[in-house]
Design a protein around this ligand. Structure first.
Ligand SMILES: *[C@@H]1O[C@H](CO)[C@@H](O)[C@H](O)[C@H]1NC(C)=O
Length: 731
């Protein structure tokens, strides 16, 4: 009987292998940190108590942080789906899926890229009448609208082609990159030609920056732009480009097409638009009127679907009779197609996505990262979990119950839902939809859903379901990371702090899991201390670690090297390379040091601005020749190029450690009694490692000639700062 039941499941869960080894490692680390504390307390150096205390506090902090890391990794779980059972059990009787794609700027996010995303999700292996694709255009651009129009036509040949030859992936751009080997080569070429023509038309229009009269005449939708004064001030523009219920909306083989909707919500200068969260909420309301799919998928406009079965996989988690009752969302990892082999900016986040999200899954559910996330519509709209409501009727199709309206009437009623005033005095943005006012709106929304009693699921497959573009410069990477870590900290400091608001609502393990990310920011103070103060003390001749001949060095060495060895092992396990791990370590240092100091800079910047001395220093200056940048990215050469305070910080720290390292070596050489090496070995090693990891910075400062080198203003400033710090330390 038990066996039979198991066979019924649409998905199964397995624990990761080798956990006991990990637990052993955790315990040994715990023992060694205890020894470190014993040493710090019993050998307390009163003369240098300031340095000593700082180091001690940092070590306590690292231990606490390590504890959080242990909690997250204690029991990672992996999920496997049986989608053939889904088809056997439900046939075509599947729930409606509403897919939301958000774009905000036709320049930063070129319409042709967005259309590749749209086409790839339109081509899911799923009953087309049940699929609806919505594009929210916060740029309010007729260029994007025009591209949609073109895509809606191209879909008529693209979808049948995908279906017939089961082509993968279904983003035309990626697909046409590599010619197929088999029989459909001929057809492939003719469709490729149509795609190239469409791409050319869209790109020409994008370059011109406007739509020609001739095209404008072809669709009444363009009239909407007659009254648009700017992207920040316009009425709602809503066009149903393909109406799935319309029997004329068919592809060239007579099969129905998915519904396709263009929406630019109303924007007025006096109303705050709440960024992506605002756009998503408008889409939730508009889609509820048009298709009302029970499941909502959200994808970023630069992330195409790389697996046409991803919808069916996700449904296995929602439709399992026994295990699905409390699943609110299914999160796929975010993958990238552009990082180079050794991933110089550590963009892949493989460890976070494949180990930590899997660990969070067993603790109550991963957070929602915004893209590649399937949501149950009603949980997104604020529904609480309760035992009774756990049997949704997936088979019932919302569309059937709707009164048939003409397309124009439907468009007009929906426009009201996307107006600026609609949300006034409602719970939208607070209890309903995505939450407003947070830098990481997806994460806080997912967290609030979990607090209402739901859980979430992480699903990762060998072949990635969603593939997008990662930042290609150091600064972009750092800025992005800064936004995430500030967003997490913001949640922690708000009324929704996981330890307070989350108490009794989500498991303690999950509270701790969330706080790991909130503490990214705090962590950087300890790191900054650890990589600057011991080096400066070395210059001055203050020893902060046990002698190398003493037994007390063992716990320090163990904690450091075992920890790094584990991190290397983990990195290789998720498919990284050794060099990639080294780059990851560097980015880890960079991210932490720039973050702490960026607050300081942000603070001084604000004061200077108030006094009228400076314009915002964080504005990223115009990019140098794109061609150049991407070439260096391909060659894994670190990109500096612009003058940013972040780089000043990096360079200052790099130089400071270099000077201290040289100073330390000098001490060893001049030493006659051979005591210095014994006393300072740990500090010299630490300092030397920091120097080693900063090699690209020295190159950028002194040896490179290309446009991506450190700007000379940064070089001068950092030399002055580093010399100043060293002089103060030495005397
Ligand atoms: C995307 O899908 C293709 C197969 O269609 C696969 O070869 C490729 O590895 C996938 N990409 C990623 C990043 O997994």
């Amino acid at each position: 009987m038990m066996m039979e039941k198991r066979d019924d499941h649409l998905f199964e869960t397995k624990s990761a292998k080798g956990r006991s080894l990990f637990h052993l490692y955790g315990v040994s680390m715990f023992v060694s940190t205890c020894m470190i504390f014993v040493y710090r307390v019993s050998y307390f150096e009163e003369r240098y108590w300031v340095y000593w205390m700082g180091l001690f506090l940092s070590e306590i902090w690292f231990t606490w942080y390590f504890f959080l890391i242990l909690v997250i990794r204690w029991n990672p779980i992996y999920r496997y789906t049986f989608k053939h059972k889904l088809s056997l059990r439900y046939g075509e009787d599947l729930p409606g899926i509403d897919i939301f794609v958000c774009t905000a700027d036709p320049v930063i996010e070129p319409p042709i890229m967005v259309m590749n995303t749209v086409l790839s999700v339109m081509a899911y292996n799923y009953p087309t009448q049940k699929l609806s694709v919505y594009l929210s255009d916060d740029g309010g651009s007729d260029l994007t609208f025009y591209a949609m129009l073109e895509a809606s036509k191209f879909a008529k040949i693209w979808l049948p082609f995908c279906r017939k030859f089961k082509v993968e992936p279904r983003s035309p751009q990626t697909n046409f990159h590599t010619p197929p080997l088999d029989h459909h080569h001929h057809q492939w070429q003719s469709i490729k030609k149509s795609y190239e023509e469409m791409k050319h038309r869209i790109e020409t229009a994008t370059e011109l920056g406007q739509i020609s009269e001739e095209i404008r005449r072809k669709h009444k939708g363009f009239h909407e732009w007659d009254s648009v004064s700017s992207r920040h001030d316009h009425q709602t523009i809503l066009q149903i480009l393909i109406d799935g219920k319309d029997c004329e909306a068919v592809d060239i083989e007579g099969q129905p097409l998915p519904t396709l909707v263009y929406l630019a919500r109303e924007k007025r200068p006096q109303f705050h638009h709440n960024f992506k969260a605002g756009a998503m909420n408008a889409l939730i309301r508009v889609s509820s009127r048009i298709s009302n799919g029970k499941i909502i998928l959200n994808v970023d406009c630069d992330m195409y679907s790389n697996n046409s079965d991803a919808v069916r996989d996700a449904l296995c988690f929602f439709m399992d009779e026994e295990q699905s009752h409390n699943v609110a969302y299914v999160q796929y990892p975010q993958s990238f197609c552009n990082p180079t082999k050794n991933d110089i900016y550590s963009n892949n986040l493989s460890v976070l996505q494949e180990v930590e999200l899997a660990g969070l899954d067993s603790n109550g559910g991963p957070f929602s990262i915004g893209t590649g996330c399937f949501h149950r519509r009603d949980t997104l709209c604020g529904k609480k979990y309760s035992q009774e409501c756990n049997k949704p009727d997936w088979k019932c199709c919302a569309n059937d119950t709707k009164i048939e309206e003409s397309r124009e009437v439907l468009e007009d009623t929906c426009k009201i839902l996307a107006s600026c005033t609609y949300e006034e005095n409602t719970l939208w943005g607070k209890e309903m939809g995505l939450m407003y006012g947070c830098l990481v709106e997806d994460i806080i929304t997912g967290y609030r859903i979990q607090c209402r009693g739901w859980r979430s699921t992480h699903f990762n497959t060998e072949r990635k379901a969603f593939v997008g573009l990662a930042p290609t410069t150091l600064l972009q990477s750092l800025v992005q990371h800064k936004r995430w870590s500030e967003g997490h900290l913001q949640i922690f400091l708000s009324e929704y702090c996981p330890y307070l608001y989350g108490r009794k609502k989500i498991p303690l393990k999950l509270q701790l899991g969330y706080s790991l990310y909130s503490f990214w920011t705090v962590n950087c103070f300890a790191t900054l201390y650890y990589i600057s103060v011991p080096s400066l003390c070395l210059l001055r001749g203050i020893a902060l670690f046990p002698k190398i001949s003493s037994i007390w060095i063992v716990p320090f060495a163990y904690a450091f090297f075992a920890n790094r060895a584990y991190s290397l092992g983990e990195f290789l396990w998720v498919g990284g390379t050794i060099k990639g791990w080294w780059h990851d370590q560097r980015m880890w240092v960079f991210k932490r040091t720039t973050r702490t100091t960026s607050y300081l800079f942000g603070f001084t910047d604000n004061i200077l601005r108030l006094l009228g001395f400076s314009k915002s220093a964080f504005v990223i200056t115009a990019k140098v020749a794109e061609e150049d940048v991407s070439q260096r990215f391909e060659q894994e050469v670190m990109e500096f190029g612009v003058s940013s305070p972040m780089f000043t910080v990096l360079a200052t720290l790099a130089l400071l450690n270099l000077f201290s390292f040289i100073g330390g070596l000098k001490r060893v050489v001049l030493d006659m009694q051979n005591e210095v090496l014994d006393l300072f070995a740990a500090q010299i090693i630490l300092c030397g490692l920091v120097v080693l990891i900063n090699l690209p910075v020295y190159q950028g400062l002194f040896f490179r000639k290309d446009l991506g080198k450190m700007p000379s203003s940064v070089t001068y400033r950092s030399i002055v700062f580093a010399l100043l710090a060293c002089t103060i330390a030495a005397y």
